[in-house]
Design a protein around this ligand. Structure first.
Ligand code: ATP
Ligand code: MG
Length: 137
């Protein structure tokens, strides 16, 4: 089975969008196989976004991800990695299509409410970073 890592970032949690976001993945037909709520440390956020170390927004991004509770999830289903990215929409909510999560619910790139793995390799690495095998059903 294909799996992806999805996180509702602190802005999505704070704005009360947990149920809305989970509902979109559920209604599509994907299966939730892992979920928890936690506030990641800044060091953990830096590990999660390690491939963006060189970007000018890296520090602010990691500060933000560690600023409050995050919902960490693993979703299962055929094509869930790439289709999950479609449900989420473009990185910049100004460029996300209406009907996508970011298109419908977010305005600025630094507060785009949700993360999704961008490929099979990152999905595997992110699931291993955020979850122990026994935390998945
Ligand atoms: P994510 O990895 O969070 O799912 P993404 O894969 O669509 O998002 P990435 O290029 O991986 O986009 O960027 C990671 C995150 O960094 C983005 O979700 C966004 O919050 C932030 N980000 C990206 N580009 C910028 C930017 N130009 N200015 C500020 N923040 C940015
Ligand atoms: Mg990304």
């Amino acid at each position: 089975f294909e799996h992806t890592f999805i996180a509702i970032k602190p802005d999505g949690v704070q704005r009360g969008l947990i149920a809305e976001i989970i509902s979109r993945f559920e209604r599509k037909g994907f299966k939730l196989v892992g979920i928890k709520i936690l506030t990641p440390s800044k060091e953990f956020a830096q590990k999660h976004y390690h491939d963006l170390t060189e970007r000018p927004f890296f520090n602010g991004l990691c500060e933000f991800l560690s600023s409050g509770p995050v919902i960490a999830m693993v979703w299962e289903g055929q094509g869930v990695i790439s289709y999950g990215r479609k449900l989420i929409g473009a990185t910049d909510p100004q460029k996300s299509e209406p009907g996508t999560i970011r298109g419908d619910l977010a305005v600025v790139v630094g507060r785009n409410i949700i993360h999704g793995s961008d490929g099979p390799e990152t999905a595997k690495n992110e699931i291993n970073l955020w979850f122990k095998p026994e935390e998945l059903v």
